[in-house]
Design a protein around this ligand. Structure first.
Ligand SMILES: N[C@@H](CCC(=O)N[C@@H](CS)C(=O)NCC(=O)O)C(=O)O
Length: 160
């Protein structure tokens, strides 16, 4: 059964949760419900935010907590790095290093978390040259957005 993600499919935070599932080949479905309804506040997320994800026996909100849980629970430990140093580099979310990916020579959740926002920036900001004119940044962008997990989401939800 598909895991339910509460949120609007266009939201970066929601797309991060979708992408985490897609990377792990876990089927998910989007429920575009009202985050301010009494039912949502009582049963899903008392803080009235999207995304919130319904797993088998609990509901989780906060996109980074969701991302961490999905990769640790569904076989994505490699996305966290394997040595203490790699793990520290992954945790250093927003640094651009001189490596193929953000945290080193391996794709990690640090890269994953940037994909939805970068994709929209390149597709619709009119300022995509900020990415595309930078050889290393562009190579990184092309590599991470070519992953099948992200392509699947773009095929299913082509709006940017
Ligand atoms: N820190 C939260 C932020 C989520 C967030 O701001 N979601 C937006 C929708 S994209 C929202 O629910 N906004 C409603 C509000 O802030 O009232 C996360 O990472 O999940």
């Amino acid at each position: 059964m598909a895991i339910k993600i509460h949120g609007r499919q266009l939201s970066f935070y929601v797309r991060t949760a979708m992408l985490a599932m897609s990377e792990m080949n876990v089927e998910s479905e989007i429920i575009e419900d009202d985050m301010h309804s009494p039912e949502y506040l009582a049963k899903v997320n008392p803080f009235g935010k999207h995304p919130a994800v319904e797993f088998d026996d609990f509901i989780l909100y906060e996109s980074r907590a969701i991302l961490r849980y999905v990769v640790t629970n569904y076989g994505g430990l490699h996305l966290l790095g394997s040595t203490p140093k790699e793990k520290a580099m992954v945790d250093q979310w927003f640094e651009l290093a001189k490596t193929k990916y953000l945290a080193g020579d391996f794709y990690s959740m640090a890269d994953l978390a940037h994909i939805p926002m970068l994709h929209r920036f390149v597709a619709s900001s009119g300022k995509e040259s900020l990415v595309t004119s930078r050889k290393h940044v562009n190579a990184w962008y092309e590599t991470i957005t070519s992953r099948p997990a992200w392509k699947k989401i773009v095929e299913q939800y082509p709006d940017v």
